[in-house]
Design a protein around this ligand. Structure first.
Ligand SMILES: NC(=O)CCC(=O)C(=O)O
Length: 271
């Protein structure tokens, strides 16, 4: 059975949650009409990287984002990987991904673990410390945020826990488009999972963004790729392919974690 994915590659209005909510709702409605089963938004899609104004525009406990995700999921009958938002908590602001299933229930709130210093995240945000696992109609999924894809051990941990589809929400700048495409393909190949990556388009005062949202199958083949402009990327995925690829090259069964540990001990002894 195939599942239709829609990545909403929006050009985000800087520091303007209301405008962003309006354009997101219009886009969700339109892809629902095209038969989308799972809809994905980019990273920090309500505020963009307007980090100096987070006091004013971050979402208290992500209440507003969760209500939005839940309402749209129910109204349009889609599972909704509703990107990430700046979430205000007692311990500071986090960059948090919200996922609602099509009944409107919030099934995941993952806060970005690796903060990206090149875009000043470490000055304004707090890292999360929980995994990004969730399930949509029985399909085991994981969600991570942008810079997280540079940390293969973090993605591997989610694959080892059973994730078959990895959702990546991002604001990835154009100068590193080559890294974006290569890292996403590597994560799909090494973990033998689907990778669904939704980037933003457009520019903000500091960056031009790459777009190029991607859907990659567990064999590492790109099955759909957007260009740099704002738009919607639609792709049909077949979860049965994950089991097929994992059976053909049994990477998970062939892992040697005890040997890795022993070798690591030896290395630390030497140096
Ligand atoms: N928003 C981000 O985490 C950007 C990460 C990035 O650009 C990178 O090169 O890594």
């Amino acid at each position: 059975m195939t599942i239709r994915i829609a990545c909403l590659q929006l050009d985000i209005a800087f520091g303007d949650p209301q405008t962003n909510e309006q354009q997101a709702e219009t886009a969700v409605q339109s892809v629902a009409n095209e038969g989308a089963n799972i809809v994905v938004l980019p990273e920090l899609w309500t505020t963009g990287y307007d980090l100096t104004r987070l006091d004013e525009i971050a979402d208290d406990d992500a209440v507003r984002a969760k209500a939005f995700a839940s309402r749209l999921a129910q109204t349009y009958g889609v599972h909704f990987v509703a990107g990430s938002v700046a979430k205000k908590t007692a311990a500071g602001v986090t960059n948090t991904m919200i996922v609602a299933d099509r009944s409107g229930q919030i099934v995941s709130e993952y806060s970005k673990l690796h903060l990206f210093q090149l875009m000043d995240e470490h000055l304004y945000l707090q890292p999360g410390n929980e995994p990004g696992l969730f399930s949509l109609s029985g399909l085991p999924c994981a969600g991570v945020i942008c810079y997280d894809i540079r940390f293969p051990e973090w993605i591997r941990a989610h694959a080892l826990a059973g994730a078959e589809v990895l959702f990546v929400v991002a604001e990835w700048p154009l100068p590193r488009l080559h890294h974006w495409r290569t890292l996403l393909m590597a994560r799909a190949i090494e973990n033998q999972c689907y990778v669904v990556a939704c980037n933003r388009a457009g520019r903000d005062p500091n960056n031009v963004f790459a777009g190029h949202s991607l859907v990659i199958d567990p064999w590492g083949e790109i099955i759909a790729e957007a260009d740099e402009k704002p738009g919607v990327l639609l792709a049909d995925i077949d979860p049965a392919l994950v089991k097929e690829v994992r059976a053909r090259i049994p990477v998970f069964a062939d892992r040697r974690p005890r040997d890795y540990d022993e070798a690591a001990k030896k290395i630390f002894k030497t140096y």
